[in-house]
Design a protein around this ligand. Structure first.
Ligand SMILES: *Cc1c(COP(=O)(O)O)cnc(C)c1O
Length: 457
């Protein structure tokens, strides 16, 4: 008998209290910080869906690994456990530990980027793009058209547009393309997966033109699970095998261990090329640390080694993907428009469709995110004109989409927490016509979403 309730495949081992607040308290807290959710004290947030990055719960085996960690400066056994765990799934010759994903990006693009270079991806994550641009190289996004349409039900909306990629290579010239990247799952495109078929095709194009192919593999396990669920001929496979097959298609990877590796901190760069690896290790020593710990403590390396064995569990992945879809389905049932199909790590509410009376330059996503906090203490993240609207020339342009992302930390909230989120969203939807937009009263020169202050209109 297969039951329809997917239970959390864990029991709670250690608890952290939630501080209950009232709506009138929250109205005061959010006003005090200029209506910027990043500026709240997290104690005053009930359900924190700001990000899934580093916010998950570690297992008791990971905590035991923390105690077992060895802090030798060089050649620690914790390093060897970490390296083995990484190479078990991603058998690249060189593994270079870093304190976060962006440190791996910074090292890689310092080595291969620079003026005149152009780096294509399905969609570059914002830190990836920023690190590319910091070297004066350029990032180009070539995701398929369905990936930019919130209502398209394509099963692999993270796929690369293969025709566009070959055209891009021919137009730009192989000499100017140091690497082709693929983000799995496509975080900035709604956590949408990439198919194995598409990864194979991109790999073949890279081989044809002799361009290295790197994965931005932060959510590799969620992506492999989607392949198993949605791609013909994959349903009986072990996720670990799918991951190894994906790894073999590429020449290297960058990783944020704050995502699928179940860590609160960490990352790595892994690759096959000896010369590039030696250049990257030299950069690592400059800014991160000795090559057997990178920016991490031995105990962190060991906790990540354990996390890598846990994230490929089919029971875990089934729960993870099903529970994310559970939230998405319930919102749809309550008439709340979301990006479909639901991705792995988050639900994206379409604020433009939900609040058609608020023009983009009055920030409908911000209005919705603030209301979810006021009404229910839920913290989501605006991904729209506040985040992307200010252009380098100083003009302000409406973003293509106005989304509010509800990212789900791994193994952290139970189904009753999520049921509460659904109830709060439904309550906000019921009085959505009363919501008003915002104007920005204080704005920093760059990355304005983090520190801008707002006033209600
Ligand atoms: C989080 C993330 C990064 C950056 O990793 P950090 O650990 O936050 O520095 C890069 N790419 C993707 C797809 C991510 O989700």
């Amino acid at each position: 008998m297969e039951f329809k309730t997917i239970i959390e495949p864990f029991k709670i081992h250690s608890v952290a209290p939630l501080q209950m607040t009232t709506q009138s308290q929250r109205e005061k807290y959010i006003e005090e910080v200029g209506y910027n959710l990043f500026s709240l004290h997290s104690d005053n947030v009930l359900i924190d869906l700001l990000t899934d990055s580093g916010t998950g719960a570690m297992s008791r085996n990971q905590w035991a690994a923390i105690q077992h960690g060895d802090e030798s400066y060089a050649g620690s056994p914790s390093w060897l456990m970490f390296k083995d765990a990484v190479q078990n799934l991603f058998p690249y010759k060189h593994v270079i530990p870093t304190h976060q994903g962006r440190a791996a990006e910074k090292i890689l693009f310092t080595a291969i980027g620079g003026k005149g270079k152009v780096i294509p991806s399905n969609t570059h994550f914002d830190t990836t793009r920023a690190n590319i641009e910091y070297t004066q190289a350029e990032g180009v996004d070539l995701v398929i058209a369905e990936g930019k349409d919130p209502s398209s039900l394509h099963p692999f909306k993270g796929n690369m547009d293969l025709v566009a990629l070959e055209e891009f290579i021919n137009k730009t010239g192989v000499a100017n393309i140091p690497v082709v990247m693929m983000t799995i799952t496509n975080n900035s495109g709604g956590g949408q997966p990439v198919s194995l078929e598409n990864l194979k095709a991109v790999s073949a194009i890279c081989k044809k033109y002799a361009i290295p192919f790197f994965l931005d593999a932060c959510r590799f396990a969620e992506n492999a699970w989607f392949i198993r669920e949605r791609e013909a001929g994959q349903a009986d496979r072990d996720v670990a095998d799918i991951v190894r097959e994906i790894a073999a298609l590429a020449d290297g990877m960058t990783m944020s261990a704050k995502k699928d590796p179940m860590g609160n901190i960490g990352g790595w760069l892994a690759l096959n090329d000896d010369d590039l690896a030696s250049m990257c290790r030299n950069l690592l020593i400059l800014t991160e640390g000795f090559p057997t710990y990178g920016g991490l403590a031995g105990r962190d390396l060991e906790a990540l080694a354990v996390g890598l064995t846990e994230v490929i569990s089919h029971d875990y992945l089934k729960y993870r993907i099903t529970s994310t879809a559970y939230l998405g389905k319930a919102l749809l049932k309550n008439g709340i428009p979301i990006v479909e199909p639901t991705g792995g790590h988050a639900i994206y509410i379409d604020a433009k469709a939900m609040l058609p009376h608020i023009p983009p330059l009055q920030y409908p996503g911000q209005a919705l995110a603030v209301e979810l906090y006021k009404v229910g203490g839920i913290r989501g993240c605006e991904i729209g004109t506040v985040m992307f609207g200010r252009k380098p020339d100083g003009s302000e342009v409406a973003s293509a989409m106005e989304l509010v992302r509800l990212a789900i930390p791994r193994r952290t909230y139970t189904q009753s927490h999520i049921d509460y989120v659904i109830e709060v969203c439904a309550e906000v939807a019921a009085h959505s016509q009363e919501l008003r937009g915002y104007r920005i009263v204080k704005e920093p020169p760059a990355l304005r979403h983090f520190t801008s202050e707002f006033a209600p209109l």
